[in-house]
Design a protein around this ligand. Structure first.
Ligand SMILES: Cc1ncc(COP(=O)(O)O)c(C=O)c1O
Length: 469
C-alpha cells in the first residue's frame, strides 16, 4: 500500500466514531481470557510485588493482565497455561528464521559447552560476525558491537558529534531510538514532546530538534536555524518511518534527508534495529538505495540471543572509535561482542541468507496483508486496513497513533481509541493470536497456510463481535 493511501485511510478512520465491542460481548471475552490464563494471573500477582508494575518488557500487553510465556518454536508460542498462539510478536522483531531454530541453537549450545560464555577479550566470532554484517550492509565498512539497540543509538549520536564537531541531532516525532536521555522525546505519537520524560533533565534535550514526520519544510528549517547554534551533527531516522512504519515515510523523505545532510555536512543515521536483516539482508539502505553514514543495528543480529547491538558505518566516520586516550570516543560494554552473541550473529545471518528468510517472511506478509484487507473490505463501515513493509506488518483499527495532537480533544481521542484497540487485542489473544501492541505483526520464514487461516479466522470472529453500521 502506498504512503498516500495509508495516510488517507488513517484519516478516514479518525473521521468515524470508534466502534467498541458491546460490553456484554466484551465481558464474555474477558471471562474467556481469565479462564484460559489462570497460571499467568498467578504469576502476575506474584510479580507485582517483586517487579515494578509486574512486567519487565515494554512490549508486554497488560490488559486484563499480562500473559506469561513458557516456550516458542517456529511461529508458535505456548503460554504457562498451555495455550498455543500464532506468534507475530517474534520477540519484538529479531526472530525471522522461526523460534528456537535448531541448527542455530545447536551451534550456541556447542559454544557454551566448549568455550564458555565470555572471556572479556577478542573472540574469533567477533571478526566473523563483523565480516557478515559488512558483507550485507552496503553502508557499513566497519562495525562496533554493543549490547542493545539503545546503546548502539547512543554510540551513533556520539560518533556523529565527534566526527562532525557539531551538536544538534534532528529526530523525527513518533520514532523510537531507545531510551537514552536525549532520545526519549515525542515517542509513539508525534508532537508528544516531553510526555515520557519524567526523570530526564531539560538540559538533556538542549541539542535535540524534533521534527514532525514527513515535514520537509520543518526539516530544512531545522538545518538552517542550527547553523549558528552548533550545527547539525546528524539526522537520525527509522528509514521506513517512526515505530517501524507506524508513521510511514513519504517516498521522497529519505532521499531529501540525505540531500540536506550532504548540503549541511551533517551525517545521516539509519536506525535499522528493526529493518536490518528483516526488510532486506542489506537493510533499508539497500531496499531504498540510500546510503546512511552510520547504521544502528540491534536484536536481530543475534536472532533473539541476548546482548545484541552494533553501530557501523563509513570507515572515516567509525575511526573516531579508535586512537589513544582523549582521541577516541568512549563507548563499550563488558559483555559486548561476547562469543555467544557474535557467534549467534555469524550463524544467524548465514542461515537467514541460506534459507532466504527475508524472501519467505515477506511473501507471507504480502499474502496475509492482502487477505486481511479482503476481509476488512467486507466491513466497510469500520474502515480497518493493513499494510506492510516486507515482513513488518501493520493493521489499523482505531488509528490512535495518527491522532493530530493539535486537535482540541487529542488526548481524549488517543485514550478512547487506544482503549478500544486494547479491547480488540483481548479478543485476539483469547483466541490465540499474539501481535505487537495490537497494531503490528512480524512474520518469520515459517509462517504458513495454517497460520494464515487461523489468523483470518480470529479476525473474522473479532469483526463479528462489532455491530454493523
Ligand atoms: C528502531 C529501534 N531502535 C532502537 C530500539 C532499541 O533497541 P533495544 O530494545 O535493544 O535497546 C528499538 C527497539 O525496539 C527499535 O525498534
Amino acid at each position: 500500500m502506498e504512503y498516500q493511501e495509508i495516510m488517507t485511510l488513517n484519516q478516514e478512520i479518525l473521521a468515524r466514531p470508534v466502534k467498541p465491542i458491546p460490553e456484554d460481548r466484551l465481558q464474555k471475552e474477558r471471562d474467556l481470557y481469565q479462564k484460559r490464563n489462570r497460571r499467568s494471573l498467578e504469576i502476575f500477582e506474584k510479580a507485582r510485588h517483586l517487579i515494578p508494575g509486574g512486567v519487565e518488557h515494554n512490549l508486554s500487553q497488560s490488559k486484563p493482565f499480562p500473559l506469561a510465556m513458557d516456550r516458542a518454536k517456529g511461529y508458535h508460542m505456548w503460554d504457562v497455561d498451555g495455550n498455543v498462539y500464532v506468534d507475530y510478536l517474534m520477540s519484538g522483531a529479531p526472530i525471522i528464521l522461526g523460534h528456537a531454530f535448531d541448527s542455530l541453537d545447536e551451534k550456541i549450545i556447542e559454544i557454551i559447552r566448549e568455550k564458555g560464555p565470555a572471556t572479556g577479550l577478542t573472540s574469533e566470532y567477533e571478526i566473523l560476525a563483523a565480516e557478515e554484517i559488512i558483507r550485507h550492509m552496503p553502508g557499513v565498512e566497519m562495525v562496533r558491537f554493543l549490547q542493545s539497540g539503545t546503546e548502539a543509538d547512543m554510540a551513533a549520536i556520539r560518533i556523529a558529534r565527534a566526527f562532525t564537531g557539531k551538536q544538534k541531532i534532528i529526530k523525527v516525532g513518533g520514532s523510537y531510538h531507545g531510551w537514552s536521555d536525549q532520545m526519549v522525546f515525542s515517542l509513539h505519537v508525534p508532537g508528544t514532546g516531553l510526555l515520557n520524560s519524567r526523570g530526564i533533565t531539560a538540559e538533556s534535550y538542549a541539542h535535540l530538534i524534533d521534527v514532525k514526520p514527513n515535514d520537509f519544510a520543518a526539516l530544512e528549517k531545522a538545518f538552517e536555524d542550527s547553523k549558528d547554534k552548533g550545527g547539525v551533527a546528524a539526522v537520525i531516522v527509522e528509514p521506513i518511518g517512526g515505530e517501524s512504519g507506524t508513521h510511514p515515510v513519504h517516498p521522497d523523505w529519505n532521499r531529501r534527508v540525505r540531500e540536506l545532510c550532504d548540503h549541511y555536512q551533517s551525517l545521516l543515521i539509519f536506525d535499522e534495529v528493526v529493518t536490518g536483516f528483516r526488510l532486506d539482508m542489506g537493510g533499508a539502505q539497500k531496499y531504498f538505495g540510500i546510503m546512511p553514514d552510520i547504521t544502528v543495528l540491534g536484536k536481530i543480529i543475534a536472532h533473539g540471543y541476548p546482548s545484541a547491538g552494533a553501530v557501523g558505518g563509513r570507515r572515516d566516520v567509525m575511526s573516531v572509535c579508535q586512537g589513544g586516550m582523549g582521541e577516541k570516543i568512549y563507548i563499550g560494554g563488558t559483555l559486548a561482542a561476547n562469543p555467544i552473541t557474535t557467534a549467534a550473529c555469524y550463524y544467524a545471518l548465514k542461515l537467514m541468507e541460506e534459507h532466504d528468510a527475508v524472501g519467505k517472511a515477506t511473501a507471507y506478509a504480502d499474502r496475509l496483508t492482502a487477505s486481511l484487507n479482503d476481509l476488512f473490505s467486507t466491513r466497510s463501515d469500520l474502515g480497518f486496513f493493513a499494510y506492510n513493509f516486507g515482513p513488518i506488518m501493520h493493521y489499523v483499527t482505531t488509528a490512535f497513533f495518527a491522532v493530530d495532537l493539535f486537535s482540541p480533544d487529542a488526548f481524549t481521542q488517543i485514550m478512547t481509541r487506544k482503549q478500544t484497540a486494547d479491547e480488540y487485542q483481548v479478543v485476539t489473544l483469547a483466541h490465540g493470536l499474539c501481535t505487537l501492541a495490537g497494531t503490528r505483526m512480524y512474520s518469520c520464514m515459517q509462517h504458513d497456510d495454517e497460520a494464515l487461516n487461523k489468523t483470518l479466522e480470529v479476525w473474522e470472529y473479532l469483526l463479528s463481535l462489532i455491530p454493523r453500521g
